[in-house]
Write a protein that binds this ligand. Structure first.
Ligand SMILES: NC(=O)c1ccc[n+]([C@@H]2O[C@H](COP(=O)([O-])OP(=O)(O)OC[C@H]3O[C@@H](n4cnc5c(N)ncnc54)[C@H](O)[C@@H]3O)[C@@H](O)[C@H]2O)c1
Length: 365
């Protein structure tokens, strides 16, 4: 299959793993990269053998079919809309956008232009969550009745070189880490129906302790501890806590409880296991992984979009899924503000499970 030429916009902290994906997945050919800070684009271009260009040059390059948007959340919509306007498909880092309005604009513009929208996270395409999906589909835990999804830490200002965006709209634990947890739940159980929550800002100001901005203060503009309940269309009730306010905890990351057993789901911010199952009269048992891609395979979603472009099939990390996840995240903030359940506007199809027995570097045979 002819590789799809990709242009990267945003050459910061996370970009390296995507450039590596360009070497792993045979369908991807990263030919150019851009950043507001040209030196960053030049450094990545030199390291990974592509061209450093301006954002405008990248958008005008007729060879490029997919724009891989790795900018900060507040710039996701602007860059995505530019790419769509230029007639290119776009895959955003998460979140899709920082509001429903922006998300809708992206999907509508892409529909009008006949191009595709994709969005991280793609970790649910890894061996760990794909194994969980297969176990659910094969009946190992019966009908899912409930789930838990817990991500509690103390934020990112101790390690990220430029952490301000984590405390602005599009950041906070729900928009930053929530996409991994919520997308994994949707990938396993299908779409959600309604959301309730309580949310707070515990520390209105944060101090950066990483370099090079050590000592710089950040004003916190988004909730940093959110406890929510999400009702899924299949009837399962998920309890979710996403927090940047907690120093330590002993909670699992994700568990799914069914009528005939329980499942311990691996870290949805990773690609591997372990996956564990407990049946009514048995012990917790680690299950073998049924799929490949257990190592860090960020970029697998872009590769899936590239296959979609070549074959016409739907890609898994699609805009409809990302918009539904965005809708749930917005509702997790709004329910607390409004003191009531929020009925979701959107829905989506559960993404199709990956085939088993794939060869490394390929997604379709
Ligand atoms: N750092 C991580 O571990 C991590 C992990 C997963 C996902 N993400 C997501 O990836 C995205 C980027 O995060 P990061 O940590 O790499 O941030 P970063 O600040 O390190 O990098 C972002 C880059 O985008 C550039 N940029 C911003 N606006 C731009 C614009 N309008 N045009 C061109 N370039 C622009 C910046 O100059 C910067 O180099 C975010 O959406 C984040 O949520 C980050």
């Amino acid at each position: 299959m002819k590789p799809v030429k990709v242009g990267v916009v945003g050459c910061g902290n996370i970009s390296g793993i995507y450039f590596k994906a360009g070497q792993v997945f045979e369908i991807l050919d990263i030919v150019a990269c851009a950043d507001l800070i040209m030196d960053r684009a030049k450094a990545k271009a030199e390291e990974f053998g592509c061209r450093a260009v301006t954002v405008d040059e990248l958008m005008k390059d007729p060879e490029i079919e997919i724009v891989l948007n790795l900018t900060i959340p507040a710039a996701h919509a602007e860059i995505a809309l530019k790419a769509i306007e230029a007639g290119k498909s776009v895959h955003n880092e998460k979140p899709l956008a920082i509001s429903r309005e922006e998300g809708k604009k992206i999907l509508e513009a892409a529909k009008a232009k006949g191009v595709r929208v994709g969005c991280a996270p793609d970790t649910f395409m890894g061996a760990g969550i794909q194994t969980c999906i297969k176990l659910i589909d094969d009946g190992w835990i019966g009908e899912p009745i409930a789930a838990t999804a817990f991500m509690l830490c103390h934020g990112h200002e101790s390690w990220h070189p430029d952490p301000e965006f984590y405390y602005k709209p599009g950041g906070g634990p729900v928009f930053d880490m929530g996409p991994y947890y919520i997308t994994a739940l949707v990938a396993m159980m299908g779409p959600a129906k309604r959301v309730a929550s309580s949310a707070r800002i515990t520390f209105p100001e944060r101090t950066i302790t990483s370099q090079p901005k050590y000592g710089t203060k950040i004003k916190v503009d988004v909730p940093t501890h959110v406890a929510g309940v999400v009702d899924f269309a299949n009837g399962a009730i998920a309890t979710i806590i996403q927090s940047f306010d907690v120093w330590g905890h002993n909670l699992p990351r994700i568990e799914v409880y069914g009528t005939e057993g329980s499942m311990s789901v691996p870290d949805p911010n990773g690609f591997g296991g372990p996956v564990r199952i407990k049946r009514p009269n048995g012990e917790w048992t680690e299950m073998p992984l049924s799929h490949i891609y257990h190592e860090n395979s960020r970029g697998i979603g872009v590769a899936d979009m590239a296959y979609g472009l070549r074959t016409g099939r739907k890609h898994r990390t699609n805009g409809e899924l990302a918009f539904h996840v965005l809708d749930i995240m917005c509702a997790l903030h709004e329910s607390s503000d409004q003191g009531k359940h929020i009925t979701l506007e959107s829905t989506c199809e559960r993404p199709k499970p990956l085939p088993m027995g794939l060869r490394y570097g390929l997604l379709d045979e």
